[in-house]
Structures are given as C-alpha cells and as structure tokens.
Design a protein around this ligand. Structure first.
Ligand code: ATP
Ligand code: MG
Length: 274
C-alpha cells in the first residue's frame, strides 16, 4: 500500500468545461485525507457544486484524474461507480429529496441502491438510526412537503449518513436557513464528523460554518459542541483545510489563520471576520 491509497479523495489537475468556452473547473488539484475536513468557499458560480459532483463521479472531468479511496473514478463505468459511491454520502444543494416518497423511503434510498442489497430488517434499523441521529425519528411517515426547510435539510443529512460513508460531501448545507437552524445543521455535521471520524468536504457561503468546522468538536458526554482551544488555532484545526474557489480555480488553500492573513482582495472576502 502506498501513501496515495490512504488519501480519501484526490483531484489531480482536474478541468471541466461544459462546452461553453469557460471552465467550470480549471486545473484543480486537491487531497483529502482520512478525518480531514475541507471547507470550500467562493463566489456564486465559482465551481463549488461542480467540484462536489465531480468528486462523486456525477460529472466527468474533461481533463485530469479523480481518485476515491485510491481508485481512479474519472473513467469508471456506471457499474463500477455504483459500488464505490456506497462509501460516499452527499447532501445536495437543492436538497434532492423525492417529494413523492416518505421520509422513511427517502432515507432508505441509498441503502436500497447499494449493489449488495441488505435485508429489509437491516434497512429499517439503519433508517431509524440515521433519523434518530438528526432527531427526526417521529417523521418517518411524513412527506418532505410537510416539513420545514430545516427539517428537510436534516432528512437530507440522514440520507447522506445512512450508509455510514467514509467520505461526506455537503453542498451549502446552511443556505436559506435562519442562523439558529443553520447552527443546528452545523452541529449535526460536526457531530457526524467527530463520532465517525469521517472525511468531510463542505461547500458553504457562510464564514461561520468554516469557523465552526475548524474550531469546534463534538463532545459525546455533553452532547454539545465545544471549542478545541482558547485561541482557536490548536493542533486539531490543522485538520481543517480552507479552499477558496475563483472562476473554477483554487485561489487559496490553507489553514484558517492563513486565510485570515491573506491580503488577496478576492480571497480575504471569505476570511472569517472576528
Ligand atoms: N450543467 C451545467 N451546464 C453548463 N454550465 C454549468 C452546469 N453546471 C454548472 N455550470 C457552470 O459551472 C460554473 C460553476 O457552477 P457551480 O454550480 O459549481 O457554482 P457554485 O460555486 O456552486 O455556485 P453557488 O454558490 O451559486 O452554488 C458556473 O459558471 C455554472 O454556470
Ligand atoms: Mg453551488
């Protein structure tokens, strides 16, 4: 086993254009290691969603290679992708819940789509556990339209985590939510990461989301988030890498303090304000 095998997600000089003449991704290289968090920031249209979809093989790069768990996915067949996707959970920016299916059916969907289908009893227990994780066990029979925006986002998280993936991708998980609900969602994302040591890539518009990811961890005893260290730059915060996208390129990659210290006029717009 070489070092590259332990890298959860690797982008190697990845470019993608939709035939519009502009590159949605332009020469992107990025490594995500086990237990690491990447916070992806950037203006609207800078390529955050495209990056996540390429990571999952939903979009094919025009150039470059993408590796998941050491296997190149950029040229895999749908069938090969099917298996490897079972190890990756995603919360789509648009939510992506099926309106005609109940909460239970929505959350069961990734399990039923795995090649090695599990027996129904097992699916049931996993769906309940995932919904318990987001504290929505009581909504099993409901349809998404009967839930609030924040609740729908939590169902989306339950669906993303139900397969106990090794990599989680969250696309703008707090967009459109009030600050209190947004913090509830972030607490769930951090709880997931810290309970299972899941590698996490999160695109977001909110500075606060990145700050929370870098400086807080889930305390299983109190069931709450706690600050990692007084100055916020403890050893653990190195586990969180900040990426700023600009017109499909990585304009910045580094720690939170490096982001704060950036003098680039575009990059510094995404630095946390203290
Ligand atoms: N299916 C598509 N066909 C053509 N162009 C696309 C498609 N999907 C995305 N793009 C283009 O790719 C670029 C990156 O889009 P992307 O959705 O990744 O932006 P984003 O950073 O996620 O923006 P937002 O903050 O609004 O979510 C944009 O210029 C967008 O118009
Ligand atoms: Mg997007």
């Amino acid at each position: 086993m070489n070092a590259a095998d332990s890298i959860v997600l690797r982008f190697e000089k990845v470019s993608l254009d939709f035939g519009t003449g502009e590159k949605a991704l332009d020469d992107v290289s990025l490594d995500i290691r086990p237990g690491q968090t990447a916070v992806v920031l950037g203006a609207a249209g800078s390529g955050k969603t495209v990056l996540l979809k390429v990571a999952l093989g939903l979009l094919q790069p025009t150039q470059g290679c993408v590796y998941l768990f050491g296997q190149e996915i950029s040229r895999m067949s749908e069938q090969q992708l099917f298996d490897i996707r079972a190890s990756v959970g995603i919360l789509f920016q648009e939510g992506g819940l099926f309106d005609s299916q109940t909460v239970e059916e929505n959350v069961a969907y990734p399990l039923l789509n795995q090649k090695a289908r599990r027996d129904a009893g097992d699916v049931d227990a996993k769906v309940r556990e995932a919904l318990r994780f987001v504290e929505l066990e009581q909504t099993l029979e409901k349809f998404p339209s009967a839930l609030s925006g924040g609740m729908r986002r939590r169902v989306g998280i339950a669906r993303a985590v139900v397969t106990a993936p090794k990599l989680l991708l969250y696309d703008s998980p707090t967009a459109g939510l009030d600050p209190i609900t947004a913090n509830t969602i972030m607490a769930l994302i951090i709880k997931e990461r810290d309970t299972r040591n899941t590698a996490t890539v999160m695109a977001t518009h909110r500075h606060q989301d990145g700050q929370l990811m870098a400086n807080f961890r889930y305390n299983p005893e109190s069931g709450r988030l706690q600050r990692i260290s007084a100055n916020g730059h403890g050893a653990d915060s190195e586990q969180t890498v900040f990426v700023v996208m600009k017109e499909g390129r990585i304009a910045f990659e580094g720690t939170e303090s490096e982001l704060e210290a950036s003098t680039d006029s575009y990059v510094s717009k995404f630095a946390p304000k203290r």
